[in-house]
Each structure stands twice: as structure tokens, then as C-alpha cells.
Ligand binder design. Structure first.
Ligand code: CDP
Ligand code: MG
Length: 718
């Protein structure tokens, strides 16, 4: 008798045979030869010479090319081979996403036959795998901005490639502005130092900025060091290179043709009420009704990915043995780096690979073997209300451009199919392209960085697309309130400088600095690390009660921050204990088991441990005093109030809360340990907008602390 699940599998399903690896090559082909052959087969290989010539000729070159054509992995190697790294200079390639920087660097190191971290390396926040011999360096766009704080002229680079520029992350946009300036200054330096006895008349830009840009001061210091010209390459997957070309004074754009097979796009007949459920149904429909080929699924984040992965495994268990030939792989930004490469490995013979990805797989990362794409049509995006000063992550429909990119992923190696989980009429309503992030995020982080780089006039900064005056103003105000800027908008010393040095959102940096004074930095380091990862607790729908009971063991009646600290400390104790017991099971394995029993996400917890050790190093280098407040949690909560005073909320008679700064009426998220609290005053760290306006990561404070600890804000509110 067929099991229930089996009877759900549509009739006429076929047996699967994976023929992807039968490429008629003798099986003793070495990996090295295979890689060489792969490199030669990429569309970009045939235009190597022309591309290198263009880079030699142009100061700024825009390269537009279909995803998967080989831009990211090949172009840096072409340039290296053509001598762009002579004199010990390096090629820097920025990526909007950490995972792309890591996986591409690993791939290129392999292609070059070198150990990662030597000739080829990567650097992302909290992880630096480079050395003095690194010549091809992949990094996040945010990281290159940070590097500019220490080396304002990015003097170690002969070429900077801004990759995935079409993504228009806020860091990419700011970086473009900075690079334009750096390139100008470097070429000006060269001109001045090559024209003997002839002082060139300044063209205005540099001299005028001399007083406002300390980079010029650094330039003087650099004189002994000899600056060379900087080549800029902007790479983009979108066809529209005009905006970049115009921004760089009519820079040349070249197009690299890719290979694209036809992709059949299917829409649902009716709108879907739950796109996660529809995703799972579609995966199994493809598995039972379509020929072999891997499936790529676009989801919005780690939580969704893990929940879908779990449900796939459960559903597979219900199928007869011979139909369980499906294997899941995941890829999202906080996946530990040693797990990220797994997604590129082929599935075992006869198995279908299902890749659950965030929009990282849209253009940044190309995974071979995809024939089917499932696109629920949504993406997690930042949204900012400059009037209220509230930033939130919300799930929004993709743009048409994103939908096209996603479906294109199915046609890389042969004809494919894309299943959009919405009706065609909905597609027509989508925006053409995604709004640049700089127009929809809180700018205090980048403004603080620009200030630290000596860019005083933020309103006058040459942004590729200007953010609204209102949001610049709001972020400047926030930085003044946090003490990072003086009333005259100058970077304060030491607080502003220290805040700019920490690779965190300004408010978290401020919390750490304050915690040193409140003698609870030990606790705050843990809290900040735990708040920097996605969902520590994990609440499967079908085991909600069990999960919530497990959470109670760690719960602090004072709030989520102390609860998170309890989880962290318990896990560390467990690890330490196991490490001292020789011959027992591996500590990490024990920890994973413990996490599972306690409904804690072990990946997130590990990520938090890494972040913790990195920020700890930073604060130690800064000379901050690390001590624990022990049982005096009042001290810790006072410190939270002092740092997060802009996120305080007061209880209203109807049980909801009113955020004091934004005047927004909010509810405590059901996942908070304070869900049913009666506390009058709280602070929160996260604002989530779904159908309701929720706040998360909450701690009880005393309302009087606000006027005591943040009088500059609350005294004037009365
Ligand atoms: O940057 P672009 O989208 O043009 O292509 P790429 O990232 O340089 O990828 C070129 C090729 O290398 C693709 O066919 C990828 O599948 C492959 N690749 C890979 O096999 N493993 C990686 N870690 C990265 C790329
Ligand atoms: Mg690429």
C-alpha cells in the first residue's frame, strides 16, 4: 500500500538518472586539467587579450557581462598575468556579499594552484585570510571602505574592481565616490611628480578640498612612498551601464557575451497564501515530474532556508527509498565559511541537488548544474523611515530585473525552467529595478566612516545617487546624539574615532565603549555578538511548545539580552568542560547535540562565537577595560539604557508600547522572553515590520534612567 506521501506524488513520475558527470572524459583526468579546461571554456576566455588592452588604455572601465561568464574569477587572473601586480601591488575585488568573496577566493586559489591566503586571499569583516604575498584579494565592499581608514589612497592596489555594482549596496555606492576621489588624487600626484620644474595649475578639485580632506595631508606623507595610478573596473550584470559611465565622466563600457539557453517561465494560476508551503510542493513536483537537473530555490534568509530544508527532509522520509534521491544544500551569508563551498560540489550520482539560497545566488555566486529555478518572488530588504529614524528589514516583492536574473540561472548549461510562485498579472506590477540601498537605509554607519576619512561635507559628497537630505540629516543627528560627532559635525575624539574603528553599527560600538565605563564589557561583548547573528533560538512550528519550554531554562526575567548571555555562557561552559575531558566525544559534536536538544541554532551560535572573539580583539587593541558585572545585572541594564536610549519604549494602557523617539506604536514580538511583560519601560534592538509592527530583543529598564543617562535627549523632550 502506498504511503500518504507517495500517493501525493503526481502519477507518471519518472526514474532519475544523473548524467551530468558523464562528460565523455576519461575518469583519470586530473582536477588541475579539468579546471584548466573549464577556464578555457568560459565565454570570457576568448576576449582576454582585448580586455587587458582596454584596462591598459582606460582609467575607468565598465564591464557588463552575463552572470557566469567568468568575470569575477577570471579577470583578476588575466590582470595578474599581464603584470598589474608588479612592484608588489595588489588587485582588489569587492563584492557586496561575504559568501561571494569567500567562495570566489577559494575557487581562484584552486585555479591558480596556490594555498588560500597566499597569492589569492580574501578579507571580510571578522575574517582575514591574506598575507603580505597576497596579490589577488577578494573582499566585501564594506571592508575596502574600512581599509581606506588606514590607507586613504589605497596605495597597495594597482587595480580596484568593484564587482556586482548593479546591486547598488550602500557600501558600493559610497565606495564608488571614494574611489573616484582616490583615483583623481593619485593621478594628480603622478602628474605633479613627473613634470619637472613645472608646477601644474590645480584644476580646483584637489586644492579646494585641501582643507577639508585630511587625505591630502596623508598624500604629503605618502610622497616618500610613491603613489602609482589606480585603475578602476566596475563590473555589473545588468545591461544598463549608463549610470556608471556617466558618473565616471563618460567612461568606456564593454560587454562580454555570455551563453544563455532558453528558459521557460511558469507562473501559478492563483496567488499563493504561503510561499514556503508552495516552494516545498513545487520542489517535490519537479522531483517527480521533471527530468534530472538541479533545483535552485530563492528564499529570503537563514531562518526560511533552514525551515524549508527541515521540511524537505521530513517529506523525503515519507517517500519510498528509491524516490529519496534528493540532497539539499544551503547558501546564505552567515553560513560558516568552511561549509560554503559544499554547495559547489556535485550531488552523489543519481541524486538531484536542491540548493536553498538567498538572493546571493541571483548574480554573485554561480552554481553549476542548475536546470530549475523556483522563485517565490520575494526578497528581504532594508527599509528606512527618515522621519521616524526607524530602519527595518522587510520582505518585499523582487523587481522585474531580479526576477529575470533569477530565471536566467536555469539556462546556464542548457534549456531550463523557472517556476514563479505568483500569477503573471503580479509580475506586471513589479518595479523595473530595485531602488539603490542608499535611498532606503540608515546612513549613520557610512556617514561615520566618511567623517573618519575626512569627508566633512556629507551633503556635498559626490554620491552616484544622492540619498535624501532628510535621511542624511537624521543620521547626522543620531551621530551627534551618540556622541560620535560634535554639534559642529566634527568627529569627536576619542569617542567618534573609537566608534569608527569598530566594524559595527555605531550604536553597538557606543554600547561597547559605554560598557567599559559601566564595568560590564564582558556581558556587552556577548550581547553584541549574539545580536549580530540571525536567530539564536529556533522555533519549529510543529514543536513550538517544546521549543518555548526549552527556552525558559535560559530565560531571564529582565529580558532577552541577559537570556542570550545565559545561552552563550552555558554553551561555553559546556565546551570548556568537554575539552578538559580527554577521550570523550568531540566538544563541537557535543555542543551540536546540546543545541538540538535546546532548540538553539548551532550555526548561529558558532557564528556568534567567531564574532565575539573578533570584537574582543578590537576592544582590547583599543585599550578598553573588559570586566564583568557578575550578578549586578542592574549595571548591565543601565548600560543598555545609556546606549540604546533612542530605542526606548513606554507601555500604554492598552498593553502596546510607544517608542519614544519615533512615536511609533509597537508590540513585543512573541519570540521575546518579555512577550507578556507588564514592565513600564523597555529598550529594544530590532524593529520588525510584518503585518504588525514588532520589536525584538528587549530588556526592562527604569524610565528614570533615561533622563539620568541620556539627559541630552530626554531632558529636552519634556
Ligand atoms: O562573475 P561571473 O558571474 O561572470 O562568473 P564567475 O563567478 O567568474 O564564474 C565563472 C564560472 O566558474 C561559473 O561557471 C561557475 O560555476 C564557476 N565557479 C565554480 O565552479 N566554483 C566557484 N566557487 C566559483 C565559480
Ligand atoms: Mg561575478
Amino acid at each position: 500500500m502506498p504511503s500518504m506521501a507517495e500517493s501525493q506524488v503526481p502519477n507518471g513520475s519518472i526514474s532519475f538518472k544523473n548524467n551530468r558527470n558523464n562528460n565523455n572524459k576519461p575518469s583519470f583526468f586530473s582536477r588541475k586539467e579539468k579546471i584548466l579546461e573549464h577556464r578555457k571554456s568560459l565565454p570570457i576566455a576568448s576576449v582576454e587579450r582585448r580586455l587587458v588592452e582596454e584596462v591598459k588604455k582606460q582609467d575607468v572601465l565598465i564591464i557588463v557581462g552575463e552572470t557566469g561568464s567568468g568575470k569575477t574569477t577570471q579577470i583578476p587572473q588575466f590582470l595578474f598575468d599581464s603584470g598589474f601586480c608588479r612592484d608588489g601591488k595588489a588587485i582588489g575585488i569587492t563584492q557586496p556579499r561575504r559568501v561571494a568573496a569567500v567562495t570566489v577566493a577559494k575557487r581562484v586559489a584552486e585555479e591558480c594552484g596556490v594555498e588560500l591566503g597566499q597569492k589569492v586571499g580574501y578579507s571580510i569583516r571578522f575574517e582575514d585570510v591574506t598575507s603580505s604575498s597576497t596579490r589577488i584579494k577578494y573582499m566585501t565592499d564594506g571592508l575596502l571602505l574600512r581599509e581606506a581608514l588606514l590607507d586613504p589612497y589605497l596605495s597597495r592596489y594597482s587595480v580596484v574592481i568593484v564587482d556586482e555594482a548593479h546591486e547598488r549596496t550602500v557600501h558600493t555606492d559610497v565606495l564608488l565616490g571614494l574611489l573616484k576621489e582616490v583615483q583623481n588624487v593619485r593621478s594628480k600626484y603622478i602628474k605633479d611628480h613627473t613634470s619637472v620644474g613645472h608646477k601644474r595649475a590645480s584644476n580646483g578639485t584637489i586644492v579646494e578640498k585641501e582643507n577639508t580632506n585630511p587625505c591630502i595631508g596623508v598624500l604629503k606623507q605618502c610622497q616618500g612612498r610613491k603613489l602609482s595610478p589606480l585603475k578602476l573596473i566596475i563590473m555589473s550584470a545588468s545591461l544598463d551601464a549608463r549610470i556608471f559611465s556617466e558618473y565616471f565622466g563618460g567612461a568606456k563600457a564593454v560587454r562580454v557575451l555570455g551563453r544563455q539557453f532558453p528558459v521557460d517561465v511558469f507562473y501559478t494560476v492563483e496567488p499563493q497564501t504561503d510561499y514556503l508551503d508552495s516552494t516545498i510542493v513545487t520542489i517535490f513536483q519537479i522531483h517527480s515530474a521533471e527530468v534530472s537537473g538541479d533545483i535552485l530555490v530563492f528564499l529570503t534568509g537563514q531562518e526560511e532556508i533552514e525551515s524549508v530544508e527541515k521540511q524537505i527532509h521530513e517529506n523525503l522520509q515519507l517517500l519510498p527509498e528509491e524516490k529519496r534521491n534528493m540532497k539539499t544544500f544551503t547558501i546564505f551569508s552567515s553560513l560558516p565559511s568552511e561549509q560554503q563551498m559544499r554547495v559547489f560540489a556535485p550531488a552523489p550520482a543519481g541524486f538531484r541537488k536542491v540548493i536553498l539560497a538567498t538572493n546571493i545566488a541571483e548574480t554573485s555566486v554561480t552554481i553549476p548544474g542548475i536546470k530549475y529555478v523556483i522563485d517565490p518572488g520575494v526578497v528581504k530588504a532594508r527599509s528606512y523611515d527618515p522621519v521616524k529614524g526607524m530602519e527595518s528589514l522587510i520582505i518585499v516583492p523582487t523587481s522585474k530585473a531580479q526576477a529575470t536574473q533569477r530565471s536566467g540561472r536555469a539556462g546556464r548549461e542548457g534549456p531550463g525552467k523557472c517556476f514563479r510562485l505568483y500569477p503573471e498579472r503580479e509580475y506586471e506590477k513589479l518595479e523595473d529595478s530595485t531602488k539603490p540601498e542608499i535611498k532606503r537605509c540608515n546612513l549613520s554607519n557610512v556617514i561615520l566612516q566618511l567623517k573618519a576619512l575626512g569627508v566633512d561635507d556629507i551633503f556635498g559628497f559626490d554620491f552616484i545617487e544622492k540619498p535624501s537630505r532628510a535621511s542624511i540629516k537624521k543620521s547626522l543627528e543620531e551621530l551627534i546624539l551618540l556622541g560620535a560627532l560634535s554639534d559642529e559635525l566634527k568627529l569627536s575624539d576619542p569617542v567618534g574615532r573609537q566608534m569608527a574603528r569598530l566594524p559595527l553599527d555605531p550604536v553597538y560600538s557606543k554600547a561597547l565603549i559605554l560598557a567599559s565605563q559601566f564595568k560590564c564589557l564582558d556581558e556587552m561583548l556577548i550581547a553584541v555578538a549574539m545580536l549580530s547573528v540571525e536567530s539564536i533560538f529556533y522555533e519549529p512550528r510543529e514543536k513550538l511548545d517544546e521549543a518555548r519550554t526549552a527556552k525558559k531554562c535560559f530565560a531571564s526575567s529582565e529580558g532577552d539580552h541577559l537570556t542570550l548571555i545565559n545561552v552563550y555562557r552555558t554553551s561555553i561552559e559546556l565546551l570548556e568542560k568537554r575539552k578538559s575531558e580527554v577521550g570523550k566525544e568531540k566538544p563541537e559534536k557535543i555542543l551540536r547535540k546540546w543545541c538540538k536538544e535546546n532548540f538553539i541554532n548551532s550555526r548561529s551560535l558558532r557564528h556568534a562565537r567567531d564574532i565575539h572573539s573578533q570584537i574582543r580583539q578590537h576592544v582590547e587593541q583599543m585599550g578598553l577595560f573588559i570586566s564583568s558585572c557578575g550578578d549586578d545585572t542592574l549595571q548591565f541594564r543601565r548600560c543598555l539604557a545609556a546606549a540604546f536610549f533612542l530605542n526606548a519604549a513606554l507601555k500604554q494602557p492598552d498593553g502596546t508600547y510607544r517608542a519614544l523617539a519615533s512615536r511609533e506604536v509597537v508590540q513585543i514580538h512573541p519570540s521575546s522572553v518579555l512577550f507578556r511583560t507588564k514592565a513600564d519601560c523597555i529598550i529594544f534592538n530590532e524593529f520588525v515590520k510584518t503585518t504588525n509592527k514588532y520589536i525584538r530583543n528587549i530588556t526592562i529598564i527604569d524610565g528614570f534612567w533615561l533622563t539620568e543617562l541620556a539627559p541630552h535627549y530626554y531632558a529636552k523632550q519634556d
